[in-house]
Ligand binder design. Structure first.
Ligand code: 5AD
Ligand code: SF4
Length: 465
């Protein structure tokens, strides 16, 4: 592409990420895609020549939040303009996909709108915007092109734990959810490409990989052998990479938990005992209206099977309260199920009508005040359940993968196998390593403990010269 000599390409990049881990992954990949074009990341928006908002559309007022954020970006852009500096503004992610041209019409500050499946085209879009002066909207599918075209992962950031998207999109069409519309049809990346990516991450010091997908356990990548790989097959293969010590995956759908994957929780030491498995609602009537394709009883039976394979499994879930037509009795069933399962972690949300989804046009919408009350009730229960899980780990010795410095000087912080944050006094040299910690206390959001007794860290002998 010919670049205008009068308008050099901007060079500092600021990305603001909203929403899920997949967006966090996409933001990293965008930064990588822009690196060859000379962009460096900055945390300071006012220093950035290119600002990207990587947006999320899943819950309430998503689009409105983006527009008000764009109002703030406009102020930064104007302040920079006064200093003689140009700022390019791009909106990426699911709101970009859903709103498309609407963003260009409503927000004059925006130069580029780019959907999640077109990230690999960012550098071209930036160059095109700079040279033609035209505002651009790129919301094409499908995902195949993106992964093939993105550069190899190469950010210099030192990372102990990394996300890798292996699957995108969803064909389940839960009636409340925008994902099938914003991320498109279910697509799995090929296992060879994923293994290569994980090997590169491992070589850069990454010790833990979390495989991401909206419906990650529906993974079915075409192998070089011609056969389709399941998620269990992929995890087994990744476990063979020596430097990778921990594996996790999220988010799973109850319908796609096959026997092989369940068994892996018992068989594969590197697969951490943590499973995020949304159940959304405890009433079968509501589950049917949500098109979840499972009953509460089936969900619980499934949990029992995974717990049989891995008795200390930490379970996490997503819950929606106030889905259209949800009565007090239906909601009681959600509470009862949550009480029986005893989740270690949970995310709960008030139902929010997403434009274009089937549930949005149902008549029996639940009043806001009722949703609010139910949310408070379910959250109190889930908090208690989380604390109970944390308290049960006090007195145990847990293997902690250290990821960085702790809150207080002299402390380092990491994660237990159950994904609990753990703070402990210890040398920074342990960052990037697993060490055993005797857990002594459970605080509101993290555990504290001491290094296993007898643990003594010796500085490695320095070679002379
Ligand atoms: N309203 C409220 N919560 C929602 N979620 C998805 N769509 C909606 C919606 N329209 C929640 C679900 C899902 C999580 C990622 O977000 O619980 O599992
Ligand atoms: Fe959305 Fe998950 Fe349902 Fe797919 S399975 S439609 S991503 S809630």
């Amino acid at each position: 592409m010919v670049q205008s000599p009068t308008k050099p390409l901007p060079k500092k990049l600021h990305i603001k990420t909203f929403g899920c881990q997949m967006n966090a992954y996409d933001s990293e990949r965008m930064a990588e895609a822009l690196q060859p074009a000379g962009f460096e990341l900055t945390d300071d928006q006012s220093d950035a020549d290119l600002v990207i908002l990587n947006t999320c559309h899943i819950r309430e007022k998503a689009a409105e939040k983006v527009y008000s954020e764009l109002g703030r970006v406009r102020l930064t852009k104007e302040a920079r303009k006064a200093r003689g500096r140009d700022t390019m503004v791009a909106v990426a992610g699911c709101v970009a996909q859903a709103e498309g041209e609407e963003i260009i019409a409503r927000a004059p500050v925006v130069d580029i709108v780019v959907g999640p499946q077109s990230l690999h085209r960012l550098a071209d879009l930036v160059a095109e915007r700079a040279s033609t002066g035209k505002r651009l909207v790129e919301t094409e599918f499908p995902a195949q092109d993106k992964f093939a075209a993105l550069p190899l992962r190469a950010t210099g950031k030192r990372q102990v734990s990394a996300f890798v998207t292996v699957q995108e999109g969803c064909d389940k069409f839960c009636t409340f959810c925008v994902v099938p519309y914003t991320r498109g049809a279910e697509y799995s990346r090929g296992p060879a490409e994923i293994v290569a990516e994980v090997e590169r991450l491992a070589a850069r010091g990454v010790r833990e990989i979390t495989l991401l997908g909206q419906n990650v356990n529906a993974y079915h990548g075409d192998g070089p052998d011609g056969g389709a790989w399941t998620l269990a097959g992929l995890l087994r293969r990744l476990a063979e990479i020596p430097a990778i010590e921990r594996l996790r995956f999220t988010t799973s759908h109850p319908r796609d938990m096959d026997e092989d994957l369940i068994a892996l929780f018992g068989d594969e030491k590197k697969l951490m005992p943590y499973l995020h498995l949304p159940f959304q609602a405890g009433s079968d009537r509501i589950l049917a209206a949500m098109n979840r394709k499972h009953t509460a009883e089936e969900y619980e039976a499934l949990i029992e099977r995974v717990r049989a394979a891995r008795p200390d499994l930490a379970l996490s879930t997503d819950i929606i309260v106030g889905f259209p037509g949800e009565t007090d009795a239906d909601f009681e069933e959600t509470l009862a199920l949550a009480r029986r399962v005893r989740f270690a972690q949970a995310f709960s949300f008030k139902y929010s009508a997403r434009p274009g989804t089937p549930a949005a046009s149902l008549e029996a919408q639940v009043p806001e005040a009722v949703k609010k009350e139910r949310l408070a009730m379910v959250q109190a229960l889930l908090e208690e359940s989380r604390h109970a899980f944390d308290r049960d780990t006090v007195g145990r010795r847990l293997a902690v993968l250290f990821e960085g410095k702790g809150r207080k000087p002299g402390q380092i912080a990491g994660r237990s196998p159950y994904l609990q944050a753990v703070h402990v006094e210890g040398p920074e040299l342990l960052i990037g390593h697993i060490a055993e910690v005797d857990i002594q206390a459970a605080g509101p959001n993290s555990l504290t403990g001491v290094m296993k007794s007898g643990f003594e860290w010796r500085e490695p002998v320095q070679a002379a010269g």
